[in-house]
Design a protein around this ligand. Structure first.
Ligand code: GLU
Length: 304
């Protein structure tokens, strides 16, 4: 497969594709990003790296971090994890409070904010230094130790943390948050503020495409049976309340973030990341989704 040729075609097509999406503005620091940024990086298991555009520039990974948090939690806890967070699509916006009230404080899945806050709470209970553990994990799966948080994004999100604090308070009232609310909020926002490039995200996501093994040396980072579950949750819950549309148009498991990134995998084939900041009304990168749709169309490969 000539991936570079396919990526070049996608780049050419995108340069003349109009968009109506808006860069996320609820975190003031994110709004400052140039909406014209666009990068794509595909890491193929058999043939290596392909890319174009701003694929080496780091951006705010935001909710893509929820996949790494779930991975750490599933490595440390068994199936009892899924007594505190379910695995069903929510059909609601990422920060919705309503479902939690009538579902007794059990979030629908680990990729909506409520679910990721429970995962953060679990990691805080289990780890001495959850922030360091989290960054160490990302360094390990990427082989890049310079990956860090953007402190301005971290501080900026604090000005918008009321809804996440509300989710935490509601879940604590049901007994599903064990630690101090501000500690959980702080760790959650820390994860969202991590910056990575398309290349670094594709390298990290290779463990999900490669049965839990780091490609570099074959080290089994997580058991393949756990990867199977994480990939299933990415497929059904990875795109806010647009996971069905993403499956329909693209047909790959993945996760998006409000920073405009989407990381996706084709199990056994490749990991791919796109970055384009303008978001569609559901919160997914508009051109990013389009680029991935073109990728699965032009390669004739998707998981379906
Ligand atoms: N920092 C974000 C929030 O909780 C994460 C948003 C996202 O990427 O979905 O509001």
């Amino acid at each position: 497969m000539d991936y570079q040729h396919i990526l070049n075609s996608i780049q050419t097509e995108l340069s003349s594709t109009p968009y109506t999406g808006k860069v996320a503005s609820y975190i003031p620091q994110l709004e400052k990003i140039d909406p014209k940024k666009f990068g794509m990086h595909l890491f193929c298991i058999n043939s290596g790296h392909y890319n174009f555009g701003d694929s080496n520039e780091r951006f705010s990974i935001q909710s893509i971090s929820k996949v790494f948090a779930l991975t750490r939690a599933t490595s440390l806890v068994g199936n009892e994890l899924f007594r505190r967070v379910d695995v069903e699509p929510s059909g609601n916006p990422f920060n919705s409070l309503v479902q939690l009230e009538y579902e007794n404080g059990i979030p629908r899945n680990p990729f909506i904010n409520a679910g990721a806050l429970v995962i953060s709470d679990i990691l805080i209970s289990l780890l001495d230094n959850p922030k360091k553990d989290f960054l160490d994990f990302i360094h390990k799966i990427t082989g890049t130790t310079t990956i860090d948080i953007n402190i301005k994004v971290f501080e900026s999100e604090k000005t918008y943390s009321h809804r996440n604090a509300a989710l935490l308070n509601l879940m604590k009232s049901f007994g599903n948050i064990k630690n101090d609310i501000n500690t959980v909020l702080d760790f959650y926002m820390y994860q969202c503020a991590i910056e990575m490039s398309c290349k670094e995200l594709s390298t990290a996501f290779m463990i999900y495409a490669n049965g839990g093994k780091r490609l570099l040396d074959g080290e089994q980072i997580i058991p393949s049976r756990k990867v199977k579950r994480i990939n299933a949750i990415m497929q059904t819950c990875g795109f806010y309340d647009e996971a069905g549309e993403f499956s329909f148009r693209v047909g790959l498991p993945g996760k998006s973030g409000v920073g405009g990134g989407i990381a996706a995998i084709h199990p056994g084939q490749y990991a791919v990341t796109v970055w384009s900041p303008p978001l569609n009304p559901k919160g997914n990168s508009e051109l990013g989704m389009y680029a991935l749709e073109r990728l699965t169309t032009l390669t004739g490969l998707s998981i379906f």
